[in-house]
Design a protein around this ligand. Structure first.
Ligand SMILES: Cc1cc2nc3c(=O)[nH]c(=O)nc-3n(C[C@H](O)[C@H](O)[C@H](O)COP(=O)(O)OP(=O)(O)OC[C@H]3O[C@@H](n4cnc5c(N)ncnc54)[C@H](O)[C@@H]3O)c2cc1C
Length: 268
């Protein structure tokens, strides 16, 4: 058994979201912007929308192994209010090689070009995208547990990561949301604990719901990993907690600010 204060080897298992198939190309040249058409729209909750995208370029793109790795993402190019085209990051959720499609789940917050575009997107609408980009998750073969923490924007990444784990891997999934309508069931392994947290918007205060949940979270024994994404200041609080209280080293923690309160097109 390893602990997080020992230095384990960091060989990573390459994981794909679908079974390996002989005809999947290992790499394809990544072209800057590819067209895609919306072929399905589903309202998942009051604020989340799932769009399915297809097209010849999508069908080729999803055969790229890098597109299939859990948590990997693309930049979508959408019109802003002044007519400029701007890029925003979205996680690739599910691929269908037979249909040549991928899905993206959009959390539609109050304002922002990507949020507005998704809100009004209809079947037949077109968009361009570029990628794939690395989502920063790889399960270390020696990991005995995993902690996944995020918010509405990370549900896709967390669900794809979970669907690729050994089904008995222990761990905790913490998801911070504003609206209980987001509490939709999804698969977590039999030894994973799923906890929804109501956002209280004060990550630096000790009475903040997320801070409290972190303090109550049980640290399992042995070597483990954490993947954390979401609002940038919350991500920083969580990273500090995991480093200082749980003594996880940098290699065991992957964090990414997905958005920042009050900042347009935040990039961490
Ligand atoms: C690698 C990566 C993967 C991502 N994957 C997804 C995904 O699969 N699904 C998804 O929904 N999002 C995802 N995001 C987050 C998404 O890119 C941001 O929320 C983005 O800011 C949305 O763009 P926008 O044009 O709507 O808003 P922007 O123009 O960027 O911002 C406008 C205003 O909205 C605020 N804002 C932005 N996001 C939120 C939010 N979530 N809640 C409340 N206010 C917000 C900003 O603070 C700003 O004040 C991902 C981000 C990254 C970096």
């Amino acid at each position: 058994m390893y602990t997080n204060t020992e230095k384990p080897t960091t060989n990573h298992i390459p994981i794909t979201t679908i079974d390996a198939q002989n005809d999947i190309q290992q790499t394809i040249p990544v072209r800057p912007q590819l067209p895609a058409v919306v072929t399905a729209r589903e309202q998942l909750s009051r604020a989340r929308i799932r769009l399915t995208f297809s097209g010849d370029d999508v069908a080729t793109f999803i055969r790229n192994k890098a597109a299939q790795a859990p948590g990997n993402w693309v930049k979508l190019f959408v019109p802003s209010s002044n007519g400029e085209i701007v890029g925003r990051a979205y996680t690739l959720r599910k691929f269908d090689l037979c249909m040549g499609t991928f899905e993206i789940d959009f959390f539609t917050h109050e304002n922002g070009p990507a949020s507005s575009w998704a809100n009004s997107a209809q079947v037949g609408d077109t968009i361009t995208f570029a990628g794939p980009r690395d989502g920063g998750f790889a399960l270390n073969p020696i990991s005995e547990w995993l902690v996944l923490i995020g918010d509405e924007t990370c549900l896709s990444a967390i669900q794809v990561i979970l669907s690729n784990l050994p089904s008995d891997l222990p761990g905790t999934v913490l998801i911070e949301v504003d609206d209980p309508d987001e509490h939709k069931p999804f698969f977590v392994g039999k030894n994973m604990k799923l906890q929804w947290i109501k956002r209280t918007h004060n990550p630096l205060k000790t009475d903040d719901a997320l801070t409290k949940s972190l303090s109550n979270m049980e640290k399992l024994s042995g070597f483990g990993q954490a993947w954390v994404a979401g609002e940038s200041s919350s991500v920083m609080v969580i990273r500090t907690f995991l480093q200082e209280k749980w003594k996880l080293d940098k290699e065991s923690i992957r964090t990414k600010g997905y958005w920042k309160k009050g900042v347009t097109h935040f990039r961490s």
